[in-house]
Structures are given as C-alpha cells and as structure tokens.
Ligand binder design. Sequence first.
Ligand SMILES: [Zn+2]
Length: 169
Amino acid sequence: MATEIQQNLEKKNAEYASSFKEGHLALPPAKKYAVVTCMDARIDPAAAYGISLGDAHVIRNAGGNARDAIRSLVISEQLLGTNEILLIKHTGCGMLTFKNEDAHAVVEKNLGAAGKQELAGLDFQPFPDLEKGVEDDVKYLKESKAIPDSVTISGWVYEVETGKVRKVV
Ligand SMILES: [Zn+2]
C-alpha cells in the first residue's frame, strides 16, 4: 500500500510528465555553475534563484554547508565543467538553533548507544552567526586545494521572510 506521500509523487509526476518537453537537455549544466544551499523546505531554488532546468547543479544539505558539498562540487567542476559557485545560506536556518552537544544528546536519547557510537565525533557543523557562516564557507572553498583558483565563488543570504537574496561576500 502506497503512503500518501508516495501517492502524491505518482499523481503529481504523471501530470508533470504528461507535458514534459525537456528530455533533450545535455548532462553538463548549460550555464556552468553550481549552487550550494540549504535543504530547508521553504526554499525553491529554481524559482528564487532564477535557475532554469539544465542550467546549474543545485547541491542541498543541512545549512548549505560547503564542507558537506565538497564531493559534489569536485564532481561538478572536474567532471561536468562548472566554473562558478554560489553559496547561499538563509535566515531562520535550523543550523543556527543548536550546538553540537545538543545534536549528540538527541542522537543518544533517540538512537541509543549504537547510534551514539556510530555518530561519535561527528561535527554537525551548526553555526551561530549567519553572515559569518557564509563568510567561513566561502573562505573554506577559496582556500581548498580541491577547488581551482579559476572558479568564481560568492556568498549570499536568502531571506525566507521576504524571498530576497543579498550578497555577503
Ligand atoms: Zn537551513
């Protein structure tokens, strides 16, 4: 028996596929850039960031975290030809709301000793300051030997309250 979520996928996808005309798009992103942004459910990267289908890689994770995204960024640049990165964090991010020890305490409470052991020492990489979080991640990418100096990198904040982006660095 399909869950409600699964039924939604099948129904909405059937509608989408019935008028789909973009099957010809090439694998490498046409506009040769990658976006790193948060998995937050309130962000619609295609609409809010002006990304048309086939134009860019969109790498999403908790916090729009550059270190978490490095594997995908290297593949994006080295194998698929992108040469610019937009790092976009956002206001009201969940990653601003806890510390590592809080996350580890929840893990231990809900997942028990085995879960605690498996995740021991993991840095969940929360950040207490939004602008500084953007600056730190851009600095990390610019200093990373995995990212060529020829790659253009900028850092942004998206405001979930207004839908606006603003440049930080
Ligand atoms: Zn977030």
